[in-house]
Design a protein around this ligand. Structure first.
Ligand SMILES: [Zn+2]
Ligand SMILES: [Zn+2]
Length: 367
């Protein structure tokens, strides 16, 4: 094996081992303190499938140690490999002490959600983006650590964030609720409610998103989401907390007022969280016909472009219909060339990005 290839594989194995090792240790903490760290609603599900989740963790620990060993073997610098193996060993030791006894805490961190989502999405999208890459770019591209922090905050804090998202609708739109009407909405077939939620939530999201682009004060927040110069599955997580909360809170208003059933709501949330990751991915599938009907990576990549022709286009998260209706759709036959903000670049660090909108005073959109 030539030296460059050896170094390349060694580095990747080392970083993957380190990341996986951290996930394993977090997962072990979840087993140790499920009350504090695991999403409450999901606890019964984990308990019912305990062997499956222990199995996944066991396989991940083995992979961490093996990748760490491979890295140490291939690289002259053993730091990454040894760190990965060390983390694997710590997770292994923690296995003998976990309990899965639960009490009655009302709010907990959703570390389980963070670990599982990252594992599932990473296992799915990293190979997909290698096999069907649109642009040639690295897995560990510039800014991936920052995006991982955004991913961590939005997933681990899911319970607190979802409480905050419900409050504006519940306090400001209480007057619009009609229980009889809600009962008839919830009595419809789930697939029909699912389609209605998409239509209504996407309409609100369209205008919220457009406001975030066109009102300078709001654009400072949303510019963070547009600051990635390379698109991939993780880049979509880059979003200022104020932006994420406001957008989701607004989308929840029609859902709250119309009163859809729990099943339709769960299906909607599961679907949009996956779809949101997919449309940012670095994959080149174009979907003839369907590309006009639902937002695909091609559609949303045009929203993220810094090419002149695509600026302030494609605000709809899922249904391009809203963009066609309000005159903001853009879907030519070629892909965009470059991405990111125009004429300025928000900071790269996570905290810098959080502080950024509060530091900027008077700016015009894209200025
Ligand atoms: Zn945008
Ligand atoms: Zn986006």
């Amino acid at each position: 094996m030539n030296r460059r290839l050896r170094t390349d594989i060694g580095k990747r194995a080392g970083v993957t081992s380190g990341l996986l090792g951290v996930l394993c240790v977090i997962a072990e903490f979840c087993f140790l303190f499920p009350d504090l760290l695991v999403t409450r609603d999901a606890l019964p599900f984990y308990k019912a499938n305990l062997d499956l989740f222990r199995g996944i963790l066991w396989a991940s620990i083995v992979a961490t140690v093996l990748l760490g060993a491979l890295s140490a073997l291939l690289l002259r610098s053993k730091a990454h490999g040894l760190l990965g193996m060390g983390l694997g060993a710590v997770a292994l030791l923690m296995r003998f002490t976990d309990s899965v006894e639960t009490g009655s805490a009302t709010v907990s961190a959703g570390l389980d959600y963070f670990v599982l989502e990252l594992l599932v999405l990473g296992l799915l999208f990293i190979p997909l983006e290698r096999l069907f890459a649109l642009h040639r770019q690295k897995i560990f591209r510039k800014g991936w650590q920052t995006d991982l922090k955004h991913f961590f905050v939005s997933h681990a804090g899911v319970q607190l964030l979802s409480f905050a998202v419900l409050i504006p609708a519940q306090t400001l739109f209480d007057w619009a609720v009609d229980f009889e009407f809600q009962a008839s909405v919830a009595a419809q077939p789930v697939w029909l409610q699912f389609a209605q939620i998409l239509l209504a939530a996407d309409f609100v999201t369209y205008w919220t998103h457009r406001a975030f682009h066109q009102v300078p004060r709001l654009w400072h927040f949303h510019a963070i989401h547009h600051s990635s110069r390379e698109m991939d599955w993780l880049a979509g997580s880059r979003m200022h907390l104020v932006d994420a909360l406001a957008t989701r809170a607004a989308a929840f208003v029609p859902i709250f007022v119309l009163g859809f059933s729990q099943a339709a709501l769960v299906a909607y949330v599961a679907f949009v969280s996956f779809h949101a990751v997919y449309i940012h991915s670095n994959t080149r599938w174009r979907f003839p016909v369907l590309r006009w009907l639902i937002a695909t990576p091609e559609y949303h990549h045009w929203h993220h472009t810094s090419d002149e022709e695509g600026l302030d286009r494609n605000f709809a998260a899922f249904l391009p219909f809203w963009d066609w209706l309000f005159g903001t759709a853009h879907l030519p036959d070629h892909w965009p060339k470059k991405y990111g903000t125009v004429n300025f670049q928000p900071p790269e660090s996570y905290l810098g990005q959080l502080a950024y909108p509060f530091r900027r005073k008077k700016e015009t959109p894209y200025g």
